[in-house]
Write a protein that binds this ligand. Structure first.
Ligand code: IPM
Ligand code: MN
Length: 386
């Protein structure tokens, strides 16, 4: 087994960000220990917490540190005190957007699949959820998010410029097609080509690129129809390719298929480093209460391991997460009547990775038989169950 050393920047951010990131770091430490790797974690400031401490949502120091690391793990960004103040000139989200732009993280990958132990949490009928496995490619550094923002001098009119160049479309379309080749060989471009000029460019670029991937079937859907199809028949999707804002909206919608927004991870890739973050926000109402769901963050750490080509390590995290979901070690969003603390879920998953839960067999349908004292130890927050 070859052992490796990696530098990982950790940006806990705001709200529940620090709590969920802590669990993801815990899991990475367990992986490092089990496989003999080492991760050097450097904590960095971004978001509302950075504004409070330095006046800037993305301090220069953070930018410099993250540029030198192998990967970035991010919690969440946002604070209600800015949400209710439209006149604020400095906002936490600017830090995240600037970071994505500065690092050229144009490709945001959001996997969505369903877990049968969680079907009851989705408003959809079970037969619609079986076998859902979607990989969404959301363009992350273009479109209305990054266009020029203007306001008329009388303050009565505002505008957000919305542009895409062919190059911006090409560079995300290729990885999306390559992913489709490895999967069910189907890609759906979601746009609004009946109205938007930019969307017509997306269609023509994708049509050209498709010629180079003859095995991949391409579908084109308008975003309004796609929003409906995701609920009516989510199984029809394999790889979804879409622009920044549509991807933001559709990924929150798609999270109801899984059962909770708290479950979904994402990877943002570009040319140099890569960033891994759950798709959920900072959920300020839950901050500091140890009730947030850490699975989105932990699965983001799993995607980080994949990115570092630590595939066995990533697979172990995936299985440990699956095991904890199947066996009911879930946060409040998944089971309000009987839930475990954020930190306990992190401990359980780390303990599985460290092989400290001997009865946790993954292979046989993730069924485990824990003794009542083991269950009790988990319930009182003792990580080591034996
Ligand atoms: C996301 C988030 C961000 C986005 C916000 C926090 C700026 O909603 O990553 O989906 O809109 O991209
Ligand atoms: Mn979002």
């Amino acid at each position: 087994m070859s052992t490796k050393r990696f530098h990982v920047a950790v940006i806990p951010g705001d709200g529940i960000g620090p709590e969920v990131t802590e669990q993801a770091v815990k899991v990475l430490r367990a992986i490092a220990q089990r496989f003999g790797h080492s991760f050097d974690f450097v904590e960095c400031l971004m978001g509302a917490i950075a504004i409070d401490k330095t006046g800037l949502p993305l301090p220069l120091e953070t930018l410099e540190v993250v540029k030198r690391t192998d990967a970035i793990l991010l919690g969440a960004i946002g604070d209600p005190k800015y949400d209710h103040n439209p006149a604020a000139t400095v906002r936490p989200e600017q830090g995240l957007l600037q970071l994505r732009k500065e690092l050229g993280l144009f490709s945001n990958i959001r996997p969505i699949h369903t877990y049968n132990s969680l079907y009851h949490l989705s408003p959809l009928k079970h037969h619609l959820l079986e076998g859902v496995d979607i990989l969404m490619f959301r363009e992350l550094t273009g479109g209305s998010y990054f266009g020029k923002k203007e306001r008329s001098t009388d303050g009565l009119r505002a505008s957000d410029e919305y542009t895409y160049s062919r190059e911006e479309i090409e560079r995300i379309a290729h990885p999306a097609f390559r992913a489709a080749e490895q999967r069910k060989k189907k890609i759906t471009l979601i746009d609004k080509a009946n109205v938007l000029e930019t969307s017509r460019d997306w269609r023509s670029v994708v049509r050209e690129i498709a010629l180079r991937y003859p095995e991949v079937k391409v579908d084109y859907l308008y975003v309004d129809n796609a929003a409906m199809q995701l609920i009516l028949n989510p199984k029809q999707f394999d790889v979804i390719l879409t622009e920044n804002m549509f991807g933001d909206i559709l990924s929150d919608e798609a999270s109801v298929l899984a059962g909770s927004l708290g479950l979904l991870p994402s990877a943002s890739l570009g040319t140099n480093t890569a960033m891994f973050e759950p798709i959920h926000g900072s959920y300020p109402q839950a901050a500091g209460k140890d009730i947030a769901n850490p699975i989105g963050a932990i699965l983001s750490a799993m995607m980080l391991l994949e990115y570092l080509e630590l595939h066995d390590e990533a697979e172990l995290v995936r299985q440990a997460v699956q095991w904890s979901l199947t066996n009911g070690f879930v946060a409040k969003d998944l089971n309000p009547a009987n839930y475990y603390a954020t930190s306990v879920i992190g401990d359980v998953i780390s303990d599985i990775i460290s092989n400290r839960i001997p009865n946790a067999h993954f292979q046989d349908k993730h069924q485990a038989v824990l003794s009542s004292s083991q269950m009790e130890n988990i319930a009182i927050g003792k990580s080591t169950i034996i």
